[in-house]
Design a protein around this ligand. Structure first.
Ligand code: NAD
Ligand code: UGA
Length: 367
């Protein structure tokens, strides 16, 4: 069938010893960037995405078109569709899965809790069930989250720190994913690597995230809300630029050991790893707004909310020593530099005319 042909072609590496990677959530923010990076270096890539409308699906379609130009095929389907996934692994013998599909967003979990259970728990288990039965068994690298540290008081966060106080259902499902990974590694010898991303931003980003809708609202003259903590302190995030995260994802894929398979001639325990992928320098949200105001040459109408926001943690701060040691991860983009690239993409994508007479030409920079 045409579908199978496209999957086969897209999954075939174009370099010697290239990988064949299934990227779930490939029409998403991190997934689209990782798919392009893998393809550009010669690996085979097939995407999977259900194109749900948690945020503007037309942005997901635009990312899909960009990937299509680079010969990356995205299968439209859900993580919970077991027959579809089985067929996919049957048609293409993936060496790796980069699992980025999830219901993201911290505060939306209070509005639609079931979507987190469906995608982040049931969907993850379904993927692992199919992967464990696949031949070969792929190594799996998946997105966890800095939110697993929850109401942690250690600063910065290290992988050995406690993760027993999730502050949101989103965080609880990401934490559950880490426990589920442990059991699949233990019983079936699946190679599993979890990546705890820290508030990722950049071109082609997510419209539900603060930096994105702050930009929109500032440009439209609407007021924005800046949340403070219980004790009236500024909330801070270890904002991490997308290109740094992509390098981390590819580093984790490249150092993932093969799965050992369960029973029989088990060569020894397969890998189970978890890494922080952050920027290592937390920035208060007020400063993020200040940088955006400068880039947009517009003052924001600020509204400070002193009531604590349910689900939010007061700060995040990554220690990335482990990722640096194991695959050379080193974040290189500071927030001002990264936000400049985001704003350049934003005005180009939405066709916004520059306010002042400047040489800022809308571009189609993909980041
Ligand atoms: P995103 O929402 O842009 O991408 C996720 C994609 O997965 C979307 O395109 C969505 O349509 C798809 N998807 C969701 N549920 C699905 C399902 N059941 N079946 C098939 N497809 C499904 O989010 P993102 O920012 O690219 O995040 C990627 C991953 O990283 C997620 O697991 C997220 O939880 C995690 N993460 C993101 C951040 C961040 O700041 N962006 C931080 C920490 C962790
Ligand atoms: C982000 C992603 O949205 C999650 O998917 C991800 O798992 C998480 O990072 C992570 O690192 O694990 P969050 O940090 O809450 O979550 O990202 P935003 O929603 O963009 O919020 C950033 C900061 O702005 C937070 O401190 C939040 O309190 C603050 N904020 C948000 C406001 O001050 N005002 C708003 O209107 C919205």
């Amino acid at each position: 069938a045409a579908w199978e042909k496209q999957v086969r072609r897209s999954s075939t590496p174009r370099r010697p010893n290239g990988l064949s990677v299934l990227v779930t959530g490939a029409a998403g923010f991190v997934g689209s960037h990782c798919s392009l990076a893998l393809k550009k270096r010669g690996d085979g890539v097939v995407g999977l995405d259900n194109f749900n409308d948690y945020y503007d699906p037309s942005l997901k379609r635009a990312r899909q078109n960009l990937l299509k130009k680079h010969q990356v095929f995205i299968v439209e389907g859900d993580l919970n569709d077991a027959p579809l996934l089985s067929k996919l692994f049957y048609v293409a013998p993936f060496t790796h899965v980069l699992h980025l599909a999830a219901q993201a967003g911290v505060r939306y979990a209070m509005q639609n809790p079931q979507s987190y259970i469906r995608s982040n728990i049931a969907g993850f288990v379904n993927l692992l069930e199919i992967a464990k039965a696949a031949n070969p068994q792929p190594a799996i690298v998946w997105a966890s989250s800095s939110s697993v540290y929850g109401l942690n008081t250690e600063n910065p966060f290290s992988e050995i720190d406690r993760t027993d106080k999730p502050a949101s259902l989103y965080a609880a499902t990401k934490k559950a994913g880490e426990e589920i990974a442990h059991t699949y590694n233990h019983i079936y010898g699946l190679s599993l690597t979890g990546l705890r991303f820290f508030t990722v931003y950049g071109p082609w980003g997510r419209p539900d995230m603060a930096y994105f809708f702050f930009t929109k609202d500032i440009l439209q003259g609407k007021s924005i809300e800046i949340y403070k903590t219980h004790d009236q302190k500024e909330v801070a995030r270890d904002f991490t630029y997308i290109d740094d995260v992509v390098k981390g994802c590819l580093g984790a894929v490249d150092t993932a050991e093969k799965s050992t398979g369960s029973g029989g001639k088990k060569k020894g325990p397969a890998q189970l790893r978890v890494y922080n992928l952050g920027n290592t320098s937390p920035v208060p949200v007020g400063r993020l707004v200040w940088i955006l105001e400068g880039l947009l040459e517009t003052k924001a109408k600020k509204h400070v909310i002193t009531m604590p926001r349910n689900g939010d943690v007061p700060f995040t701060h990554a220690n990335v020593t482990l990722a640096h040691k194991d695959f050379g991860y080193k974040p290189t983009t500071d927030l001002a530099t990264g936000l400049r690239k985001f704003v350049k993409w934003y005005v180009g994508y939405y066709g916004i005319q520059p306010r002042t007479k400047k040489e800022t030409q809308p571009t189609d920079e993909s980041g």
